[in-house]
Ligand binder design. Sequence first.
Ligand code: PHE
Length: 340
Amino acid sequence: MSLYQEITALEKEALAALGAVESIAGLEEIKNRYTGKKGALTGILKGLKDLSDADKRTLGKQAHSLSTLLEESIASRRRELENREMQNRLLAERFDALRPLRSLSGHLHPLSRIQYEIEDLFTSMGFLIMDGPEVETDANNFTHLNFSADHPARDMQDTFWTTDGFLLRTHTSPVQVRAMQKLKPPFRIIAPGRVYRYEEIDASHEHTFFQVEGMMVDEDISVAHLIHIMKSFLSQLFDREVAVRLRPGYFPFVEPGFELDFSCLICNGQGCRVCKQSGWVESGGSGLVHPEVLRAGGIDPDRFSGFAFGFGLNRLAMMKYGIEDIRHFMQGNLRFLEQF
Ligand code: PHE
C-alpha cells in the first residue's frame, strides 16, 4: 500500500470512528489513536522528512490537511458530545418545584385543622379574618379594652412580660382594638391566634393555647345577633344542632358580659364526665362591646353597637375530636398527631 493510499485509508477510518463514537472517553481514545504521540497520523508526519522533495510536497500536503481535518472533526464531535451530555444531565436532574408530591405523608395539626374550618365557616357568614402580633402592648391587651391601670381584672390573666415593657398577649381581644383602628363600621371579623398565660398547667390549662376572637359592629347589634351567630357557628362546626346558653360573666370590655356554654356533645346534654354532669360545656366569653371600648376605637357608641366573643380553640378541638388532655397539643408527640 502506497503512503498515499495509507493516508487515504486512515482518513476514512478515522472519520468513521469519529462518526460512531458516543462518549468523550471514546473520543479521547480515537484522538490518541490517530494524533497522539504514538498515533498513526503522527507517525506518518514524522516520516515525511525522509521522503523525496516531490513526495514531501504532495504527501506532506495530504498528511497535513488530514491532520487539520481530524483536529477540527474531533473538536466539533467533542462539542456535540458535550452538549448531549449536558442535555442528558439536565433531563436527569430536572427539578420541578411545582410538581405535586405523590406521597405527601404530612398533615395538619388538629389546631390548624379546626382553625381553618372555623375560618371557612365565618368567611361564609361574611366575616373577615384578621391577625395581630403575639407580642403586644399593654395598651392593646388591656388599656384600650377598658382595663384601667390599677384594674383588678388585670390579675384575671397572669401575664408574661418582656424586659422592655411589652407582653405576650393573654387573649386575642387586642385584635378587636386593631380591627377598630383599621376598619370603619359596619364590619365583622374573626381573629384566630396563639395566646399566652403564666399558668400552672394541668389537663385543662396550658401556658400557650389558641383562641378565636370575633367582633361584629353595626347599628342596632344586640344579644340576639350574638346568640344567632354562635348557634349557627357551633352547629356547623359540630355538624349537629347545638344549644347555646349565656350566663352572666365579667370582662371589662363587654357590657353585658357572658360566659357562653353549649350543650355537651359527648352526652347530648344528658350529663357525663366531660361536662361534669351538667350537660353544658363552657366555650368562652362574649358580650356586647363596652361603649368605652368603641369610643377608644374611634367608633361612636351612640350610633353603633357590637358583640364580641373569644373562644378557646383547644377546647373546641378537644370537643370535636374527643381529646381528653390539653397538654397533647403542644407536645409534638407523633403518636398523638398522626391520628388526625
Ligand atoms: N378575651 C376574653 C378571655 O380571654 C374572652 C372574651 C372575648 C370575652 C370577647 C368577651 C368578649 O377570657
